[in-house]
Structures are given as structure tokens and as C-alpha cells.
Design a protein around this ligand. Structure first.
Ligand code: ADP
Ligand code: MG
Length: 355
């Protein structure tokens, strides 16, 4: 439905978006995920028509709408800092945009009721918005965005200002609202968990470029670069070099590792980064042999409910964190055996960042 074609944008000669191309299909929720300053809000503003790209096009069902003014696009954008009208009640906040569209009174009534129902706020219709909690205000902002029935829904860090409990609850509601609706949506966040909960597809945006896109499962199991892995919270990265294929053998500063396969073709001598997944570590039997071993000192231990988070520092000075079923006391020297099935491998492309 929506196609973004090779969009670029610079502010004062500094590139903020570079050659962005992607699509959003009917019923699909695409998450733009990336650190602050990566260009996410700028991209939304371009799609909404609030900002012109320097190059590239925005297509809606194949038609070029790059120069179509914002209101004629009939897209809904909920800003990071939603601004409700403080002197109006909930109902009037949601109705405001519909009145601006000049819809008949009965239609406005129907749509406001419908939108408030969807965000579970019908009982609050005649409260002043200043008497609502942060989470409730966020719902009003969402109802206001939904009420005109936009053809495309865009949400810019919609949970950004809420505390953890409210975030989780509203995230769950948003997930249902987006799921039960055919409207394509773009959801912007810097939070990986939020993106994974909401997205059919994730686009990772770093410094104005898409570095990877795919389903949450695909990007998490096969990060394209070490940066992506780290951004998704996979911090146990270990550079190495391929010494054998099938099974894949990799030599590192911490010793040799063997893993079943890599997602992309490799040759002996290639530089790679191994991802040691947090659940990969076990305490080995008395005489561990044949690689996939990490030795080091426990430098931190955190009780994590169902397991412990054990931080290990190796002789080479690297730290790794694993989730383990038992408490390994701080200060002890340990040898951990790693399950090869839980070691991932990222081949290094040209000019990629290597830790
Ligand atoms: P994100 O939403 O991912 O945090 P933004 O799109 O807001 O990123 O910003 C990307 C970069 O563009 C930032 O470095 C920001 O300072 C810059 N930027 C955004 N808007 C403007 C503007 N109107 N003029 C100049 N620089 C801007
Ligand atoms: Mg932003």
C-alpha cells in the first residue's frame, strides 16, 4: 500500500536519511527501530507530508504522493509529544479533528464513540483531559488519531513518556488495536522489546540508513551486523576467523569454537563475529574437551527470578553475560561449556563495524 522509494534528506548539508526504501502492506505493522537521532521522526514527517524529501518518492497504492499536502493524504500521525487541548474534555479532543473535516454531526458522534470504545475510554468521555493520568491521556491521543479513520497510521514513540507498568499495559492494548485493524501502521520506537511485541516486520535504522529488515524472529536470530546484534541486546560478541567449514570452526582469542552453520556462505580465513547467546552456557563435566569453552572469573551475579545472570571476565579482558540456573559466586574461576547450537555467526561485509 505504502511504498517509500529511495528517500534521502539532509539538514544543513548533514545527511539524516540516506536512500530509504521499504513498503508497508495492508494490515501490516512495520516498526522503525533505532537509537535516538537515527532519523525515525524525520522519516515519519516525510511520509506524513510535513517535510519534503531531497530525493526519492512516497507512493500510495502505486501513485506518487510526494507532493500531495498532508491533509489530502489522510494519514494519521501521533506525535512523540502529543498535545491534547487542555481546556477541552476527552470527547471534544477526539471530535476536534472530525469537526475540522466538516463531517455531519451524527457521523462525528459515531466515530468519537467508536474511537473511545477502542481505547477503552468511553466512561471518561466528559472528563477534562487535565484530570487524566499519563496513560489515559495517551489513550485520548490515540483515539484522536484513530477517529478520522486514517488510511495509514503512524505512531512516533507512543509509549515514550510512560512508566513501565503503564507502558506494558498500553503496549498490549496497542497490539490488539493494530492486530484487529486492516489499517497499515508504522510504529516508531527505540525499544527493542516494544518493537518485537508490535511488529510484523522490523526495520533497523542507524544513522539514517536501513541496516536490516525482517520479522522480529529473523533479525534476532540472524543479526546482519555486530551493531544490530548489540542494539538488540545480544552483547556477548566475540571476533574470530574461520578455520574450517561444515561444521563451521572459528578460532578466537578465547579458544576454538565449533558451530553447526552460518546463515551466509563463508570461506576459510574469513573474519566473523560470534554471538554467544545468553542461554548458551553450562557447567561442563570434569574434563571438557574440543572447544566451545570459556574460562574466566565471575565478576557479577544478579538474581533474575527464574535464573541468575552471571557475568564472566576472561583472561583476555572481555566480559560475557549468561543466564544460568545456578548461582556462581563472585570471584570464582569457572570453565563454561557453550552449546554450539546457541552460538550465532555474523560474517563481516566490506567496511562493517567490527568490535
Ligand atoms: P529520531 O526520531 O530517530 O530520534 P530525528 O529524525 O528526530 O531522529 O532526527 C535525526 C537527526 O536530524 C538528528 O540529528 C536531529 O538533530 C536532526 N534534525 C531533525 N530535525 C531537524 C531540523 N528541522 N533541522 C535540523 N536538524 C534536524
Ligand atoms: Mg524521534
Amino acid at each position: 500500500m505504502l511504498t517509500v522509494v529511495r528517500v534521502s534528506k539532509a539538514f544543513v548539508a548533514r545527511p539524516v536519511l540516506q536512500d530509504i526504501t521499504f513498503t508497508v502492506e495492508r494490515g501490516e505493522t512495520v516498526c522503525l527501530l533505532g537509537p535516538s537521532g537515527g532519523g525515525k521522526s524525520t522519516l515519519l514527517r516525510i511520509i506524513a507530508g510535513l517535510l519534503l524529501p531531497d530525493a526519492g518518492q512516497i507512493l500510495w497504492q502505486g501513485e506518487d504522493i510526494t507532493l500531495v499536502p498532508p491533509h489530502a493524504r489522510r494519514f494519521g500521525l501521533m506525535f512523540q509529544d502529543y498535545a491534547l487541548f487542555p481546556h477541552m474534555d476527552v470527547w471534544d479532543n477526539v471530535a476536534f479533528g472530525l469537526r475540522m473535516l466538516g463531517l455531519p454531526r451524527s457521523e462525528i458522534e459515531r466515530r468519537v464513540r467508536d474511537a473511545l470504545e477502542r481505547v477503552n475510554l468511553l466512561d471518561f468521555a466528559h472528563r477534562r483531559v487535565t484530570d487524566l493520568s499519563g496513560g489515559e491521556q495517551q489513550r485520548v491521543a490515540l483515539a484522536r488519531t484513530l477517529a478520522p479513520r486514517p488510511r495509514l497510521l503512524m505512531l512516533d514513540e507512543p509509549l515514550g513518556s510512560l512508566d513501565r507498568v503503564l507502558r506494558e499495559r498500553l503496549l498490549e492494548d496497542l497490539r490488539h488495536i493494530l492486530r484487529e485493524d486492516d489499517t497499515p501502521a508504522i510504529y516508531v520506537t527505540h525499544d527493542q522489546e516494544e518493537a518485537f511485541a508490535i511488529a510484523d516486520r522490523v526495520l533497523l535504522l542507524k544513522e539514517g540508513r536501513i541496516v536490516q529488515q525482517g520479522t522480529p524472529e529473523a533479525v534476532y536470530t540472524r543479526p546482519a551486523t555486530p551493531w544490530v546484534a548489540q542494539f538488540l541486546g545480544l552483547r556477548n560478541l566475540l571476533p574470530g576467523r574461520v578455520t574450517g567449514l561444515d561444521p563451521l570452526r572459528v578460532i578466537t582469542d578465547e579458544g576454538p569454537f565449533t558451530l553447526p552453520e552460518c546463515s551466509r556462505p563463508l570461506r576459510v580465513g574469513d573474519a566473523v563475529t560470534l554471538i554467544l547467546r545468553p542461554t548458551a552456557a553450562r557447567l561442563p563435566g570434569p574434563t571438557p574437551q574440543g572447544g566451545n569453552i570459556l574460562q574466566g572469573r565471575v565478576v557479577d551475579l544478579v538474581f533474575g527470578g527464574d535464573d541468575y545472570r552471571v557475568e564472566l571476565e576472561t583472561k583476555a579482558g572481555r566480559t560475557f553475560e549468561f543466564r544460568m540456573p545456578l548461582a556462581l559466586p563472585v570471584g570464582t574461576q569457572v570453565t563454561l561449556a557453550l552449546d554450539g547450537e546457541r552460538i550465532g555467526c555474523i560474517p563481516h561485509g566490506e567496511g562493517e563495524d567490527v568490535k
